[in-house]
Ligand binder design. Sequence first.
Ligand code: UT7
Length: 325
Amino acid sequence: MTAIRSVVLGCGSYLPERVLTNAELAARIDTSDDWIVQRTGIRQRHIAADDEFTSHLAIKAALAALAHAQIDAQTIDLIVLATSTPDNTFPATAVAVQHALGINHGVAFDLQAVCSGFVFALTTADNFLRAGAHKRALVIGAETFSRLLDWSDRGTCVLFGDGAGAVVLEAQPHAGTIADPGMLTTHLRSDGRHKSKLFVDGGPGSTKTVGHLRMEGREVFKHAVGMITDVIVDAFNATGLTADDINWFIPHQANKRIIDASAHKLHIAPQKVVLTVDQHGNTSAASIPLALSVAVKDGRVKKGDLVLFEAMGGGFTWGSALVRW
Ligand code: UT7
């Protein structure tokens, strides 16, 4: 029996040049490098230049992913871009990327699931490809969260950074077993009862302003590990795979303590966890493809490896994706 699989052909990323360290933040607000490192694992984050928009980061990540996949942009017929920081309220940032890549066929659209955005976008593209509607997809997570921050709120402004990452997926016929390459299973969830625990206090339909990110950090933390591990157990149950089968765990990079606790609860060995939160901070929808790119570039992720993604964020939204590299 053959089945269509969404196979990863390549990945790439981009980080703005400007690095903002904890020490610089400590000089501006009542915080310290010690507090930030101990509570979050973050040491620095990248911040986009004033004239650098989410689309600019996304285009650079997309070009890197296309180069890594060694394919022509003209063969892409689907672009799904996850972001909560679009260049404009509309049109979608994805069409700016599509235009910059010189593509005017197929379809490009944005998807908004905050920090879970990349897993949601990956799942969406996988479903489009497996339905036979499209052949090759660019899945991008790109954010300029620095634009949403209240730089006087030490509870949030120390946590986030800017960046973008992308993967190229291709629909390929395969036997449909868990040994075949590509997306094996995806699991998405949301629960709007938690929408006021992590939100932006503005928007075109309410305040007509962009607004600032607001978070009840402790509340988010309290739910994070349970939600993350639930959707990973769903992925294990759907495939018959276990934590021992996983080669690399590439979680959303919000807080090292959340990542460590999730890996511990799932019995995933610490050496299998890809960590970039120390260097990038929380880049929301960009964090997973940024971490993936690091682990691919340094040779950790190799052909045939089983890679597990998970994310949890505003909404709440959360999800997992299990991929054979
Ligand atoms: O990506 C989307 C999902 N988001 C997340 O996963 C974030 C989840 N939440 C977290 O990561 C953590 O809750 C935070 C890192 C945001 C906060 O860590 P915490 O251990 O939960 O600290 P807390 O909020 O309970 O605050 C402890 C203390 C407070 O002081 P008091 O009330 O004990 O005197 C805060 O005012 O730490 C204080 N505090 C700070 N101190 C120095 C809060 N932010 C800072 C800061 N520097 N930047």
